[in-house]
Design a protein around this ligand. Structure first.
Ligand code: ADP
Ligand code: MG
Length: 707
């Protein structure tokens, strides 16, 4: 590596940040209006500094300051940083709360949290009476929960008199965004003031590559290519750290393995994260990483060593890493999209938008001029990359959110104040699913079951299965499964081929132990085996299981159990009986939640989904059913992964009889009827008419079947 003109730690001292000069004006701006928009370049100090300014200015006298983040890692890391700056113990005055991890106490006055957590708080306390300031951060990300919070806060706090009901002091709402859309946000909040923090940016030269062209939208060799480009940068460019943008945990781990192997061909153990090879310090960064490892990302590397962070989109705006001079952009992102081919949400690798690509490139120009190496061609940019990223609310399932809104008394979910309206068919799809799960009735009103379901921070299907199990007093079968499906992937998949074989063999043995060829049962058995082991971490190592992920699963299970216990105290908690064996009981409970994900064997190993879309799906190689030759005719599955084919993951064989009575629910509801229900409360009269029409329809269908 050539001479260093390294960025000095002084650059990120709070008083050096662009926001510092505007401290007093900002405090004043927050004081003088209910809603305020704050924008500024990423890294200007919005997230870490503004809450501290408000704290110093006495905003915590009446209530707490809450700051939301769309990503859990960001909430945790930023809270740590602020606690460090304020010299407090994390969890006391400064705390964070993310799903399944609450690090706050009675003393917490400044709380960072995910937007999902604040949404849950709104459910319990619609006027947020404990807060004096709520800051919605990273609004440009347009996450589903943030968008819903925007609408709810506008609805509740636009009318000053309404807003004071249940509160003794007014709430201040600050909306923060990297750039973009400030006019739109301001007009959404009744033309509220906008505070712009002028940024410092250095030029970034962006270069297109040759590897990924317009025809490579579905290719997977981008991982190899970014590794190659990163190594080129390391060997030919002058000092400065590298930030590589990739798609997800497994791709990142794979790339880190390759970087490491290429840089020096030595063996390493999986738990060694700090891999310094020939002047390159390789560090992964993704959502579910443990926080102690994340801390390293922010530290300056030792002298003469170049840091190479391989990250998901989280490093685009949520977290700022100092010292980055080079960007390697894969051009792809992993996104949860509603796939109309499959009729459900699937995780897909898709090209990023042009604005996203510019944001990524900008990360190289914070402290000096930088360079951005794109692995894709100009043609790919022009033909495959959209101008802007579509907000999540317009591309994912709204089921959980609509149930939350309904529980908050928002019945007209179509005319709710959305910043960008979701397509009406997505709303109808959500209503339909809620109806199928018995969470709402035909009039669109939340049922008793729906009230129970909304308490769980899980997918409604999984919640439904869990509640079914609880009503049959066998929650011990489902709680671990729900927990295991709520944490990162527990199975280690090493990059090296021989290790990969060894791990796969071990995983197959774990599955075989359950004797039932059911991936859900494998999760349950891994959970229990590890929990009862004397040396759980050793057990994990022997079995190629992520100990860290299992530890989280243990904690999640406890928390879900607490929620359940609380609900079971209610007198109206459902109770049922069942006589049959345990394996059937287990799978029947799963069917109660997963009947929307049923597939029937078509030919060979190809299955066809039963939700009306009739998509052709394949069993994913990670499933214990993948290599089975046994006749499987019906299966349920947890999710779908779309690559070159459509794969179903976490699969379980079932019998048709178990879903026979549930499947008609997938088709019986007429979305147009639900649409009128969505708009308004239906009168008794209309209801009677509707019911008789439905009855006639059913009769017709029945006679058609007779023929
Ligand atoms: P913004 O929200 O405007 O993007 P931030 O408040 O997140 O800006 O960041 C301000 C500065 O604080 C940046 O220089 C960033 O690198 C630094 N910073 C934030 N978190 C950490 C951390 N955990 N460790 C070290 N530096 C950090
Ligand atoms: Mg920020």
């Amino acid at each position: 590596m050539s001479k260093q003109t390294r960025w000095t730690p002084k650059d990120c001292e709070p008083k050096q940040l662009p926001i510092y000069q505007h401290k007093n004006k900002l405090i004043q701006a927050v004081r003088s209006s209910t809603f305020l928009i704050v924008t500024g370049e990423t890294g200007s100090g919005k997230t870490t500094q503004l809450p501290q300014y408000l704290h110093q200015a006495g905003f915590c006298k009446d209530g707490k300051i809450g700051v939301t983040q769309p990503r859990r890692v960001a909430a945790i890391t930023v809270a740590q940083r602020v606690a460090q700056e304020m010299k407090c113990t994390l969890g006391r005055e400064i705390g964070y709360q993310v799903r399944f991890d609450d690090c706050t106490s009675q003393d917490t006055v400044l709380k960072y949290m995910t937007d999902g957590c604040l949404l849950r708080e709104v459910l319990a306390d619609p006027v947020l009476s404990q807060y004096s300031v709520v800051i919605l951060d990273e609004v440009h990300e347009r996450s589903l929960n943030t968008d819903i919070l925007l609408g709810l806060l506008k609805k509740v706090f636009s009318n000053p008199r309404e807003a004071m009901k249940g509160r003794s002091f007014p709430l201040k709402v600050v909306v923060m965004s990297a750039t973009l859309e400030t006019d739109k946000l301001s007009s959404f909040f009744n033309n509220c003031p906008v505070f712009e923090i002028p940024g410092r940016v250095f030029p970034v030269a962006s270069m297109f590559g040759t590897a990924v062209g317009p025809k490579d939208v579905e290719s997977t060799f981008y991982v190899k290519e970014v590794v190659k480009v990163a190594l080129d940068v390391h060997t030919s460019e002058e000092a400065g750290d590298i930030l590589v943008f990739l798609t997800g945990q497994s791709e990142i781990e794979h790339a880190c393995d390759m970087l490491f192997e290429k840089a020096e061909n030595i063996d390493y153990r999986y738990d060694v994260q700090d891999r310094t090879v020939e002047g390159l310090l390789i560090l992964p960064l993704y959502g579910s990483m443990p926080t102690d490892q994340q801390r390293q990302i922010f530290q300056a590397p030792p002298p003469g060593i170049r840091k190479c962070v391989v990250a998901t989109n989280i490093a685009a705006t949520s977290l700022t890493i100092n010292g980055i001079k080079y960007i390697v952009d894969s051009g792809f992102v992993k996104q949860l999209n509603h796939n109309s081919r499959v009729g459900m949400d699937v995780l897909e690798v898709v090209p990023i938008s042009k604005s996203e690509a510019q944001q990524r490139a900008g990360r190289a120009g914070r402290t000096s001029a930088g360079k951005c190496f794109r692995i894709y061609t100009k043609g790919f940019w022009e033909k495959c990359m959209p101008e802007y990223t579509i907000p999540e609310i317009q591309r994912t399932s709204l089921t959980a959110v609509i149930l939350t809104l309904k529980c908050l008394g928002v019945h007209d979910v179509i005319r709710f104040p959305y910043l960008d309206c979701p397509e009406e068919r997505f709303i109808l799809e959500a209503l339909k699913q809620l109806y199928q799960f018995d969470a709402i009735d035909r009039r669109g009103r939340v049922t008793k079951l729906g009230e129970l379901m909304v308490e769980f921070p899980l997918h409604p299907g999984l919640t439904r299965a869990l509640l079914k199990a609880a009503s049959l007093s066998c929650q011990d079968l489902l709680l671990p499964v729900a927990a295991m499906l709520s944490v990162e992937n527990i199975f280690i998949r090493p990059g090296q081929p021989d290790k990969q074989k060894e791990a796969a063999k071990q995983h197959r043995e774990l599955a075989a132990k359950t004797g039932s060829m059911n991936d859900f049962a494998t999760l349950l058995s891994v959970f229990n085996a590890c929990k009862s082991s004397d040396r759980p971490s050793g057990w994990c190592k022997e079995n190629w299981i992520h100990w860290r992920a299992l530890k989280s699963a243990f904690s999640v299970e406890t928390q879900l159990r607490e929620i359940l216990l609380r609900l079971q105290q209610r007198r109206d908690f459902p109770f049922e009986t069942f006589d049959g064996n345990k394996s059937e009981l287990f799978r029947r409970c799963l069917c109660a939640g997963y009947f929307t994900n049923v597939a029937r064997r078509s030919v060979g190993k190809v299955f066809c989904t039963m939700d009306g879309h009739g998509s052709m799906v394949h069993i994913h190689p990670s499933s214990s059913l993948f290599e089975q030759d046994v006749e499987l005719n019906w299966v349920i599955f947890h999710d779908v992964l779309v690559t070159s084919k459509m794969y179903i993951r976490t699969v379980c064989p079932i019998r048709y009889e178990w879903v026979k009575d549930l499947l008609p629910k997938l088709h019986e509801v007429d979305v147009y009827e639900l649409s009128s229900v969505a708009r308004q409360e239906v009168t008794e009269d209309e209801m009677v008419k509707w019911e008789s029409r439905e009855a006639a329809k059913r009769q017709q269908e029945a006679s058609a079947e007779d023929v």
